[in-house]
Design a binder for this molecule. Structure first.
Ligand code: PLP
Length: 358
């Protein structure tokens, strides 16, 4: 008899990562930071290497202190994880399973669907309108099976944001036994005051997730955090591997948080570069939703035009992300990378419009 995986695991697809085509240099395909982390984070990581013979602090003590101080949030509500993916997966595993629905939106970060499939839950999508999350569509899509609502703010791959007032309206309209997960991996790129949304976590029916992978440039260190009421945190921690954030990563994260000026400068430089790139593409006739993140979604005439542009860019050593997995085969998602790469990408895409490649 051949060895078989559990039926629902065998039936699911593996989470789709970017196809690098053998590139070993930074790409514009993974929404990594265009800039390295703060020099003080790099130095702290170097120093922590020597402590790596010990297991890391399972309670993330110093990291929680730094997060509480930096973001003005209650220390006791903070959980950390190996990237926010860890917290997404563990929260969904703890609160959904066979017979339960996880309700996302058309273009919410796909990993939530994968996390639901892992535990045999059903992932359903509420329609977005013009690449923006519609709170009314989410409320209309609720069923008695809905256990979790998952929204990204700002969204990946659209880059668009939900106004805080709309999120508060969503929470107020959801039944108390539906867990609202608000994924803010790109939250530092959004200029809305986060406190009203952070405060939702205190209700005991909402979690808010953040990442150090984007604005802090620590994707390779794998650090995420979130705000969880104690009764939710207790269940999520049962699903987490202990000691999952490495010693070096913890040290880097604390130092990165302590250097807010550097993070703010990364965000400002990235946003400037993004807005220049988006303006250039719009001037060339491309359609681009307004991004509050470190990437833009570019729409082409059709899927063939997007595929042709993807191949032409790869030919010029520029790797971007195809969006067929989101049902957006006519779009490419382009991370904001180093300025020189953005200039080359803009020139290449502008030339394609000139040649009417789409
Ligand atoms: C919306 C969103 N949430 C979460 C993540 C995962 O981030 P992390 O690196 O913290 O696991 C990503 C990564 O691209 C993302 O785009």
């Amino acid at each position: 008899m051949p060895l078989k995986a559990t039926a629902h695991i065998e039936a699911m697809s593996a989470f789709a990562l970017a196809n690098f085509g053998g590139f070993d240099r930074p790409t514009l395909a993974q929404n990594e930071s265009a800039f390295p982390p703060s020099p003080s984070a790099i130095e702290a990581g170097r120093e922590a290497v020597a402590r790596s013979y010990l297991y890391p602090d399972p309670d993330w003590t110093l990291l929680r202190d730094a997060i509480a101080k930096t973001y003005g949030v209650e220390r006791d509500l903070i959980l950390c994880g190996a990237g926010s993916m860890d917290l997404i997966a563990c929260t969904i595993a703890a609160f959904a399973g066979p017979g339960a629905d996880v309700l996302g939106t058309d273009y919410a970060y796909n990993f939530a669907a994968s996390a639901a499939a892992r535990v045999g839950a059903t992932y359903v999508k509420a329609a977005e309108r013009g690449f923006e999350v519609s709170i009314d569509a989410i409320l209309a899509a609720l069923t008695p099976a809905t256990r979790i609502v998952f929204v990204c703010n700002p969204g990946n791959p659209t880059g668009t944001r939900i106004k805080n007032a709309e999120l508060l309206r969503l929470r107020a309209a959801l039944p108390g036994d539906v867990l609202l997960m608000i994924d803010q991996a790109y939250g530092e790129f959004d200029d809305q005051d986060p406190q009203a949304v952070f405060a939702l976590a205190g209700r005991g029916d909402t979690v808010v997730l953040r990442s150090l992978s984007k604005a802090y440039g620590l994707a390779g260190a794998r650090i995420g955090w979130g705000l969880f009421a104690p009764q939710i945190a207790a269940e999520v921690r049962k699903m987490q591997n202990s000691n999952q954030v490495p010693t070096v990563s913890l040290a880097m994260a604390v130092a990165a948080l302590e250097d807010q000026a550097y993070m703010r400068s990364t965000v400002a430089r990235t946003a400037d570069s993004r807005d220049r790139f988006a303006q250039g593409l719009k001037a060339a006739g491309y359609e681009i939703p307004e991004s509050r993140t470190n990437f833009v979604l570019v729409r082409f005439a059709d899927a063939a035009a997007a595929t042709a542009a993807d191949s032409a860019l790869r030919g010029a050593d520029i790797v971007v992300r195809g969006m067929a997995g989101y049902g957006l085969a006519d779009c490419l998602r382009i991370t904001i990378g180093p300025p020189e790469v953005m200039d080359r990408t803009l020139r290449a895409l502008t030339a394609m419009r000139g040649r009417r490649c789409w």
